[in-house]
Design a protein around this ligand. Structure first.
Ligand SMILES: Cc1ncc(COP(=O)(O)O)c(C=O)c1O
Length: 295
């Protein structure tokens, strides 16, 4: 894998210089908040305000056993005085909470965990299923799996500062449900290009993103999913190790590792024109590393 060049630090971003005058800066959204890190903080902000305005003191959401979103909702609930309910995919996980750092921490922060079969989990957006959950748990504010809705996209519009809109030609981020990139697309200036690196296999994400934006200055780089969601290869893991050693920036294999591998690969392949100024968003997710190392 290619060498990571010397880093320099300015405007709280770390920058790396490459041949042909190309620069890569990393925006540390992962450092926004100790437990509600990166894009999760942005996605939850307006949802928590809306829940409070609606007089709702319980948040209910869905996620997998190692979900960054579940971890963030539990932390946000505990910090802001909401009861939280986590609907977790897979009944078989119910007796493995103690082996799972994400769920253990979520529970310690007061989240009530309920384990649902994979069949029921697929009904997570059906109104009759949600109604059934309301009968079971009482009134709640629903936050969808992955946290993406219109208010989450609004929150992600705040990731880019006015300075970022002038200082960079390309903005890169990892894509799961598409809410984070959609917010940044909406906020970007028209000469910028937003590049998304899906962590999942398949080409359905472009349609998801189009639900949240009418702008067209974006593209998805579909070749860096490494086999699909939460899948890795020895090459990816070696890259992550190498990157962390050389930069002192912790990343993880589900989202940010794949994005950074993709960006460096595209630089090497000559995708970016000379003098391109690239900004990569570090969207956090580092809590998942604890669980990942246990798998
Ligand atoms: C660390 C991290 N980065 C990026 C993403 C992708 O965000 P989105 O689902 O808004 O596309 C997620 C979660 O979904 C995440 O946990």
């Amino acid at each position: 894998m290619m060498l990571i060049p010397q880093q320099s630090s300015e405007n709280q971003k770390l920058s790396f210089t490459f041949p042909h005058g190309i620069t890569l800066s990393i925006k540390r959204e992962d450092q926004l908040h100790p437990t509600i890190s990166g894009n999760k903080f942005r996605k939850l902000k307006y949802n928590l305000i809306a829940a409070r305005q609606q007089g709702c003191n319980t948040l209910l959401t869905f996620g997998g056993a190692y979900s960054n979103h579940i971890a963030a909702v539990a932390a946000a609930g505990s910090e802001h005085g909401f009861k939280t309910i986590g609907m977790i995919r897979g009944e078989e996980i119910a007796d493995k909470i103690q082996d799972n750092p994400t769920l253990k921490l979520a529970q310690a922060q007061g989240m009530q965990l309920h384990f649902v079969s994979r069949t029921d989990y697929r009904r997570k957006a059906n109104s009759d299923f949600i109604e059934h959950l309301k009968q079971q748990f009482g009134e709640f504010y629903l936050i969808p799996e992955g946290g993406t809705n219109a208010l989450a996209v609004q929150g992600c519009e705040e990731i880019l500062t006015e300075q970022d809109k002038q200082d960079f030609d390309y903005i890169c981020c990892a894509v799961g449900t598409g809410g984070t990139i959609a917010g940044m697309i909406n906020a970007s200036s028209k000469q910028q290009k937003i590049l998304g690196f899906p962590a999942l296999k398949g080409d359905f994400l472009a349609e998801e993103i189009k639900q949240w934006t009418t702008r067209t200055n974006w593209d998805l780089c579909l070749d860096y999913h490494f086999g699909g969601y939460a899948k890795t290869t020895p090459e990816l893991l070696e890259f992550i190790q190498d990157f962390q050693t050389k930069t002192n920036i912790e990343i993880e294999p589900i989202y940010t590792g794949k994005m950074l591998f993709g960006i460096l690969d595209l630089i090497e392949r000559g995708y970016f024109p000379a003098n391109s100024r690239i900004l990569a968003i570090h969207t956090g997710g580092l809590q998942g590393n604890k669980g990942f190392n246990n798998i």
